[in-house]
Design a protein. Sequence first.
Length: 227
Amino acid sequence: MGSASVPEHPPEKWLYLAFAFVGGYGDAASFVLAKTFTGHITGSLVLAAIAIAAHAWSSLAVHLSAVSFFLIGVFASVRIERALVAWRGVKSLSALLVAEAYLTLAAYFALATHAIVGIEVFVVCMSLALGIQNGAFQSTGGISVHTTYLTGMVTGLITAEARKTASAARDSAQSLLYEIWVAFVVGGIVGAVLALHLKEKGVLGIPLLLLVISACQTRKREPVFEG
């Protein structure tokens, strides 16, 4: 998946660390509650392959839904962002934060109401939410980043360490990627612990975090993103 072009005013580092925490939180909580990954494709495709081998067709449908709606979320976030450019009174970051918060709340209610298709609706909502996040925040400071999965960034870090390229800009970029990796892992631990102990109520931490991020961001200049 190609990265977005570098924005005119790159978002502050704290914003990417916050979203990496949310990404780890959401992916871990989703796996605990629905036994699938909603924040990246690779893990869900592996689980789908296992489901095919085991003839577990209901599980296969859940895993494929996670993949499909994550990709739909990525696509939708870019389209929404571009559409909002014409609406000067609407800030794209705020709109995407609201969309992600509502989707995670819908995911919570899907499980809390114990509906027959609760797990399926949960996966759809969480995959859309994390897909929107991943599509909206793909680069900062001229480097590609992802806040819902880490495979590409981790392999890039290992490659950079092996090459030991001497550059202040590269060292700064590597430092940022390490920090995003740590934020994602810490978020995953928190999300897993809360989901294990609080069940579906553990998901409510995500919209709360998004509310805090939004409140902090309103005190600062709204970053301009270009899809």
